[in-house]
Every structure is written in structure tokens, then in C-alpha cells.
Write a protein of this length. Sequence first.
Length: 685
Amino acid sequence: MSVGGCFVAVGDPFAPKNLPFYVGRSRSANRMKTPDLPVDGRQRAVIEAIEPAVDGGRFPIKRIVGDRVLIQADVFGDGHDAIQAALVYRKPGGSAWQRVPMRALHNDRWETLLTLDEIGQYRYTVEGWVDHFATWHRDLKKRVEAGQNIAIDLLVGAELVASAAARATGKDSTTLAAWAAKLREASPTGSFPLENLEPLAALMASYPDLEHATRYEPELGIVVDRQRAQFSTWYELFPRSTSPVPGKHGTLADCIARLPYVADLGFDVLYLPPIHPIGKTFRKGRNNGLTAGLDEPGSPWAIGAATGGHKAILPELGTLADFERLVEAAKRHGMEIALDIAFQCSPDHPYVTEHPSWFRHRPDGTIQYAENPPKKYQDIYPFDFESEDWQGLWLELYDVFVCWIGRGVKIFRVDNPHTKAFGFWQWCIGKIKQQYPDVLFLSEAFTRPKLMYRLAKLGFSQSYTYFTWRYGKQDFVDYLTELTRTEVREFFRPNLWPNTPDILPEHLQQGNRAAFMARYVLAATLSSNTGIYGPAYELLEHVPHKPGGEEYSDSEKYEIRTWDLERADSLREFIGRVNRARHQNPALQATNNLRFHPVANDHLLCYSKLATDPHNLVVVVVNLDFENAQQGMIDLPLAELGLAGDRPMKVEDLVGGRTFNWQPGSNFVRLDPHSQPAHVFRVIQ
């Protein structure tokens, strides 16, 4: 046996180790067994740059049922052979892969559309392969044009068609076998009408030879949600403040009585802060005081008491049967109940004694309460996600969601998810979506951008944003461009809130009516998902607890409030008009169709949203100066927005109720914040 120029006897103890054993078999056969060779070196197609994809396919993209997603990829091969490509996908819960041909663009780029008609997670990838029949067909034409003899080529084609006949079934198999016979019969003459091959080419495309096809790995995913993931209008209220009797603790029955009011405002999600029993140990008093009086209700986020924990209801609010009646009543008003899930415990929570290992203990034996220095939350114990019993903790927290899903809740707002383990959210949300694909999760994470984005990648359906702290024109353009024109749009659905129970932003603290109006128009039209904390918002609640802070004075988080919903200065009617515009115009029911337009005035922000099916164009102009009138010229790219650029058009102000005639080219806009700080135009042409 000769190796490297030397003869080595079989069994020679000085022979090099790990040599292929050639005796009794061919050298090529032995090489096929060599571990460092590919499984199939005959895969000649290359697949790259699949879009859309998040982190190279590590995380799924997000879409809504009924969407058509455009999928593109670079697919090419060595040499001059023809290449074909196909999208291969699997529906939610399905095991069978389906194939959709992709069409060639230019420079080896391919694309196809995939219609998403089911809720759940789709899996998809791209296959590419050398198409020997397409190569033969292309080259045959060239040979005929050059006057070459094609007798042998016709036999080659007959073999390719006969192979396809073996892959086909039924009538197609018979048809292909007949074509193979025709090509063989034509070989002696060396002549065949090329136009007759077109029907054959179409049929051959249905039965490609995929034996050596390349499939892109890893598989990619698409999480397909129901419509409310993309379009929702949230209203947050504290149930304990819904009693018509001043100072009396509200109930879930009082919430039911409040539903017509919320529905009239145009909201479709009623979001409730935690409704669980509230602990008494270290209970916070009025204005976050360190001690509470006997009649003070405490913070709803200090969850857990002798009457139960995360699966129970505060007795003062009512019973589980009352809650289920609320869920059903909300449905009758076209709304859903969203429930706040805050994974933290009062010192009185049953978990503290039943599962002490789920909490972090300090050297003196006490349990570490929540802190965000210099803030201290002595009434709250955070879970320890490094607990030795982390598996038991995960399973119990998962069961909290399942418990409320069983009671009719399909939307959850999750409090501070960035302070819990990322791995838990990926597992928990994935498991829930697998069983209950119509459940939605809103991430309340006002934290660093990468943390917010990571939570969205891990499964959260919607996310809070930095909108609340964006003030200037360029701030809005830069931030919303990041959210809607970069890869972020594939996984992050922004839900814009102008206020929350925790955040009274500086620009609202003057109580300026125009500021409240303009900020709601911005929140409700820049994004298709929006929400407010009410009735504080429509009643212009604006006094901070301390100058320079963002906490409300007399915060509803620590006391029962009584709201006069019939106040003459309420923004109730204005908010209702904005929300009706959202519900009546498909353009406002999407976010990634946002497009900004230049205005030579830094106080005027102009943008549009276009829906193509049916055609619906909305143009919004907002005065960001809440004290002074501002004016400017609006110039829209009409052709790009699907409008004829050579004739006048009408624009209807859906907020102000007036109609204007616009001419082609530039049009004048003036907004006085003391009367109307924003236009929401529907374009009529």
C-alpha cells in the first residue's frame, strides 16, 4: 500500500494513523466516508441574505393575520447552469412543508410573497438548486440559433424529462413520459420545433429535481398575531376609583358601569392595574408615604395578602364571578380587558412563606426588598431568578398567566419585564403562544434600547417607547424613523403613551390644553397602538408631587380618587374624534407606513400614512409650539402617495370638521394652539 510515496504493508505498526483503508474498495468510495467531507458535495446552490430576518433568523419577525410578507434572498451557483429558488414554509401546527416558487429579480436576487392566513408561528426557509432542464432548454435554443446539430441534445433532454416523469404522479407522469418519447423520436432527425417546448418547460417546473438542493439553515420564523396586536387603543383606569360615591372604594361592578364612557371615547382595550389582594406590611401611604393610615388602600403593585396572591382578586373589588362578568360586558362594548401582570410580592404574599427560596435573603436573614437607588420599595419583594428552585418559580409564574387566560383575559401588560430573566420570557411567552396563539403581551420596559428590543425579540407583542420624552421635531423624526424604517420594524411594535400613572412628563405639567391635545394626536397617529392613563389625561391632570419630578401629586397609585367625568373642560369629545378617525381610516391602523414630509418651520411636524387596500391617505400636521400660532407650506409627493399630481383635491379635517381645497404643489397651513393645535386630514380626490 503506497502512502505519500512509500509502500506501507497492511497491518504495519509504523503505518500513519487514521489513514483511509483502501484495500478491496475504490479510493473515491473511501473518501466519501472521510469525516471532513460534506454530507453532499453536489449541493451547488448558495443562499444568502434572506430578508426579512432578525439577527440572521435567530428571532422571528412579526406580522398580522392576512398580511402578505415579501421574502427575498440571494440565490446563485457556480458555473453557468441555471438556478432555481423556492420559498419553503410550514403553517402553525402543521408538519407538511409547502413550496412557493421565487422569481428572479437581478444580480441573483429572488423574491416571492407569502400570504399569512393563520394565527400562530410559521416556519420558513429558502431552497436553491441547479435546474438541469432549464439549463438544457436555454442552451438548446442557443445551439439551434447557431445552426448546430442537436441530435444528442435531444436525447439528453429526453433523459431529464423521463426522470421528471418518475417523480410526477397521475396524468402529469403520463404526459411527461410522452414528451420524453417525442424527444427520443426526434433525435435521429436532429430537429424539434422549439416553440413546442414551452408547455413542457412549464410542466417540468412543477417537478424539479431536488436531490441536491441546498436548504438555508437555520429555519426562520414568523409570529402571526391577530389584528389587535397591530391596532389597539388602550384606556387605563384604577377600578377602586370608579365608585360614583366620593371616597368609596370602587368595585368591578362599578367598572362595568364605566364601560359605556370608555367605549364612547373610542377605546377598545380597558387596561386594569393589578386587581389582586394588597399587602399591609410596609404599606405605602398617600403620595408614596412610608406609612399608611388604617383606611389607606396601599399600592396595587404590592401584591399578596392572607386572602391570596397573583391568582386572587382584592375582596373590596369583588369576586372572580364579578371579574368574568366584566370581561363579558367589555366584549359587548367592543372592548377587551387587559390585565397588569407584576411579578413581585408584598411581604404578606403566600409565596413568601410557601416558597422562601424564590426570594433573595440578606446576611441578616431578612428578604431583600425592591430598590432602584435612591428609591426604595419596602412593600415589594422581587423574585430571585437565580433561585435554586428556578424551575418551580418559572412554572408557577407561567401558571399565573394560564389562570387568567382561563378567566377570559387575552391581553397582558407586563410590569418591568426587563428586571426578570430574559430566558424566562422566551420560554414562557413561547409556551403560551403555542397553546393560546391569540394572547398578546405589552412590555412595560422604560429602559435601555437594547433591553427593550431584546424583550420584543423574545416574544412581546407590543412595547412601550421613549415617545413620552420626545419633544422637538427632529426628535420625533429620528426616533420614529428608527422604529419604522430599520430592522426594528420587523420585531418591535411601538405603543405610544403620552402619560402613565408613573409618568407625568414635563411638557404636560403646565396644564396647557393644547399640549394635551397635540400629544394625543401625535401618540394616536404616529403609531397604530396607543394608550392613555385616564381619567387623568382627559381631565388635564398636571400637578407634580415635587417640582422637577414626574410623579403625580395625590397619585392614584396610593389612594382612591374621585373623578368628575362631566367637567366642562374635559378632552372627552376631542379624544373621541381622534379615536373615531383611527377606527374609520385604515391608514391609521398601521405604523410602518409612516412617512415624514418637510415643512420650513421647526414648530410644525407633518407626516402621512397611506393604506393601499382600500386606498386611504391621511396627512397629519401638528403644532409643537403650545403657546403660539405657527404656519408653513406643505408639499406632498403626490405621485408617490398614489394621487394625481395635476388636479386639485379636497382634504377633510377629521378633528376640526372643516374641508379645504388643496392645489397641486404647495399648500398653506396655519395652526393656532388656542383653538386647534393639529390637523388630521383625510385626502379626498
